[in-house]
Design a protein around this ligand. Sequence first.
Ligand SMILES: NC(=O)C1=CN([C@@H]2O[C@H](COP(=O)(O)OP(=O)(O)OC[C@H]3O[C@@H](n4cnc5c(N)ncnc54)[C@H](OP(=O)(O)O)[C@@H]3O)[C@@H](O)[C@H]2O)C=CC1
Ligand SMILES: N[C@@H](CC=O)C(=O)O
Length: 365
Amino acid sequence: MIRYDLALIGFGGVNRALAELIAERGDGLAAELGFALRVVAITDLRAGSLVRTEGAGIDLAPLLATAPGELDFSGLDGGSPEPRNEWVIRDVPADIVAEATFTNPVDGEPALSHVRWALEAGKSVCTTNKGPVALAGRALKRLAAERGAAFEFEGAVLSGTPVLRTAERMFDGLRISGVEGIMNGTSNYILGRLEAGLGLADAVREAQLLGYAEADPTADIEGHDVRLKVMIMANEVLGADLRQEDVSCEGITAIGARDIEEAAAAGLRWKLVGSAVRRPDGTVAARVAPAALPADHPLAGISGATNAVAFHTDLLGTVTVSGPGAGRTETAYALLSDIIAIHRRHLTGAETAPVRRTREETVRG
Ligand SMILES: NC(=O)C1=CN([C@@H]2O[C@H](COP(=O)(O)OP(=O)(O)OC[C@H]3O[C@@H](n4cnc5c(N)ncnc54)[C@H](OP(=O)(O)O)[C@@H]3O)[C@@H](O)[C@H]2O)C=CC1
Ligand SMILES: N[C@@H](CC=O)C(=O)O
């Protein structure tokens, strides 16, 4: 039985849910997929770091039985009050680093360094963190390929809904002229709650409790989170090389109760739409903006934390992928799907990280 040793960086909603999946379903997954998972290191800003590379690795059950805010690794065997991220990532023997600290939409740090340290050490990375992928995806994929490691990030766009792998694997032979979608669970959930008569602050609090919101929910409601996701979609699917300044960005904070009422009276629903479209000259135009959509628009019926991305293709017309766009367990599944992808590449003997194919020549938008 192949075994992969994991280091979890950040032990908040998503990596904790991954630990739960491993604790609850590890044996079943091993029987079904042919590999076992052992967690050998965990770091977290508040809890510190915990390393156990002997025997069964870290015993997850007592950690999962402790309330998130009360976890403290310092008194445990192999524990320290400091996160010790760089040492853990570079020096503790592990096969895969699962990066799930907060997304920093400005410069991607500290997650960008976490990913870079892991790849430099030849360790594969799976991450749900949008910062490193949107802001330095190309360089990190190159580094992964140089070091014979994998860099997987399915959860960085639509949580556990496999929108990137669908585009990468299922659209062979198609030309994709653009993508547009609802790519933020929190803002879509909030818009639904505003339609139900709730105020913005209460709706944000609900989204936080449900585990949908970013550590700083400003990123959700001001559109910065969608901007990163649009960049990832444009760069991965349309072969662009967009930077933040290439993507105009407006969130949902200017939408008031009156706008919601007027839209409803006209049979419209407000949605936060991210889009990237190939221009006739081959460059890519991308934006994030709210739109009042008519009931028959494919994105108008997407409610709650559900998200959807519509791909505009030449031979199939519009193909829409829809599913959860946020949620702790849903996003932990994205990390599991990345680990499965790393395992499959390992089985086929692929030596280098997958460089996603682009549909056409890369042209900066
Ligand atoms: N939740 C979701 O639905 C989705 C989340 N994502 C992304 O996944 C990532 C994780 O999300 P989620 O688990 O919900 O977020 P959380 O805020 O629940 O967890 C992040 C954890 O990382 C810790 N942390 C922050 N900085 C560091 C650091 N430098 N070193 C070690 N630990 C650190 C935080 O500690 P502290 O709390 O003390 O700051 C927290 O425990 C984010 O990047 C998010 O954007 C992607 C798709 C969906
Ligand atoms: N805060 C984000 C989480 C996933 O990326 C969202 O609500 O979509």
